[in-house]
Design a binder for this molecule. Structure first.
Ligand code: ADP
Ligand code: NI
Length: 196
């Protein structure tokens, strides 16, 4: 069985019951985005694709116990995928460093690719849906006139999501982000129109 199939199966099992916007469908879209970026960027593709699948398994929003999740992921990468020690560390480093909230300096091209791929999934139609779903899950309103903070879902567009385009690591990601931002700005305009 090839590597990608093994990872896909593993992540499916681990994320099956996660519906908070970091579930299996998110992981699959991040893989798709990664493959788009890889058409333009040269680096270790297998590291990017594996990391794209598993990146949220060691995130505190997904894992109850992050340290335990890291140990489990490391064992999976070494023993099931048969990655070398160096590649295992590399994949774990990509997963650890790409989060927006952590704001860490990235140590490899592969981390930059997966960071852009993950951020692209925060934008566009999917980004709108994920943001409203998240806002609803923490009991926040979707829209309050004038709000540009994390207190509302549409406020979150301004406090974070519209900033992502300029934070992209590669030109290709910036182009896709631009297109996806247009959709969000149009959605915001229509939403406000219908409310006021
Ligand atoms: P990262 O993992 O890069 O730190 P987050 O997990 O904080 O990013 O955000 C992932 C997604 O969760 C965002 O793209 C957004 O859709 C949603 N989200 C996070 N914070 C908020 C918020 N305050 N309001 C609405 N949605 C949010
Ligand atoms: Ni993610």
């Amino acid at each position: 069985m090839d590597m990608e199939l093994i990872v896909a199966e593993y992540v499916k099992k681990e994320l099956e019951n996660n519906n908070n916007g970091h579930g299996l469908e998110h992981a699959k879209r991040v893989v798709q985005n990664t493959k788009l970026i890889l058409k333009e960027v040269e680096c270790k593709e297998y590291i990017c694709i594996i990391a794209a699948y598993v990146h949220d398994l060691i995130d505190r929003k997904v894992a109850k116990d992050v340290n335990k999740a890291k140990v489990e992921l490391e064992l999976f990468l070494k023993h099931k995928l048969k990655l070398s020690q160096q590649d295992t560390i590399h994949v774990l480093d990509v997963c650890d460093s790409i989060s927006y909230s952590k704001g860490l300096k990235l140590r490899s091209v592969e981390a930059k690719v997966v960071q852009d791929a993950d951020r692209l999934d925060a934008l566009g139609a999917v980004g709108i849906a994920r943001t409203i779903a998240y806002g609803t899950s923490v009991n926040r309103p979707t829209y309050i006139k004038g709000d540009k903070s994390d207190d509302t879902a549409i406020g979150h567009f301004h406090s974070k999501l519209y900033k992502l385009k300029d934070l992209m690591n590669f030109e290709i990601s910036r182009e896709i982000a631009s297109e996806r931002e247009v959709i969000m700005r149009e959605f915001e305009r229509c939403y406000i129109n219908e409310c006021n």
